[in-house]
Design a protein around this ligand. Sequence first.
Ligand code: PLP
Length: 450
Amino acid sequence: MATKFLLPEDGIPTSWYNVAADLPTPPPPPLHPGTLQPAGPDDLAPLFPMGLIMQEMSTEPTIEIPDEVREIYRLWRPTPLLRARRWEKALGTPAKIFYKYEGISPAGSHKPNTAVAQAWYNKEEGVTKLTTETGAGQWGSALALACQLMGMECLVYMVKVSYYQKPYRRSMIRVWGGEVIPSPSDTTECGRAILAKDPDSPGSLGIAISEAVEVAVKRDDTHYSLGSVLNHVTLHQTVIGQEALAQMEMADAYPDFVVGCVGGGSNFAGIAFPFVGENLKKGKKTRCIGVEPAACPSMTKGLYAFDYGDTAKFTPLLKMDTLGHDFVPPGIHAGGLRYHGMAPMVSHLHQLGLVEARSVMQTEVFDAGISFSRSEGIVPAPESNHAIAVVRQLAEDCRQSGEAKTILFNLSGHGHFDMAAYDNYLDGKLEDYAYPEEKIKEAMKNLPKV
Ligand SMILES: *Cc1c(COP(=O)(O)O)cnc(C)c1O
């Protein structure tokens, strides 16, 4: 038995893998929103600790995981790698389907992998409080957990409509000691300005980001934290793919395909980048596929361009696959996949042809998720069902060709707080929707001229 990817006895990687080190060209740096010049470390310092800013810009091949972070990872890592034998049989496919299950983390998704790391680097630099935004609450609950474990305070601005419609993640934030405020709120200048114009504003991620950033910028003891998109977030998530490499080896298998859903791109990056690294360093030929909703198709329909990270144009400009910062997400149920942009590192790899993208319609997404659940038991998050839909397409290709390909996908989280979306599907109330080309062309006109 080969031992190339052997991990320490506890099965958890000792470092994060930085794909930037193995690329022919690095991704372009972020630009300052005012000057449109490359943003330096000092430009990011009001929001993030230097430890994370250095990771953001690093081209080192590996970055050591701090002991305290690794120790907390042991609460749920390594996560299991499972073979979906019963589902393979149900699909009648000769394909071998493996999945990495991130839903066993306390928050129920991959998000604590970066939340814990981000909290640690902030604590190291004397920061005592983190602010963030959350939509459906997955990121807010992950960060509240991480802050609690690090002895820090956490303030979460939760999009108002979700605050009232999805109360249970809000409850988790409170159980883990975080404070959660419906956004827009009267606790910030930008929140008050929006309420003055529209007292009944349902809120949006863009507004909640602006509130969380405002609080962080005004206070020395407080920083802001982002749950996806940025390089340091994709870096932290590579524990998933590194564990998968070792676990696949134990199963004497190596994937022809690696599949993950993409919102901001972090869980896909986490499972795929270590395999992209093997492709680049050792000439392996794994195809890595990111799967997005047809309703929010930044990789398959968007433009690779510099754009703002938020609606209010507060953030640095990132070069990414984007639908435009004024993209208004349609009301699809996969709340975690509604962001207008894509991680710059994922977008760059897409541009270089090192990863692929597909989009899927939401009824196919839920149909595939339920098919998986009826064989394997786990009820996946609606986001994860996007990956499952494409895995099923690949398995069907194998059924028709008779080829026994090996497929690995990331089951990024469980769907226990998303059962209303399942009910809607089962009651026949979900409709397919593809974001119209005209709207994309329209939004492209408002991209910053760089
Ligand atoms: C947030 C979330 C996603 C989407 O975010 P990425 O950064 O693209 O990974 C996917 N799945 C689950 C379960 C999530 O909570």
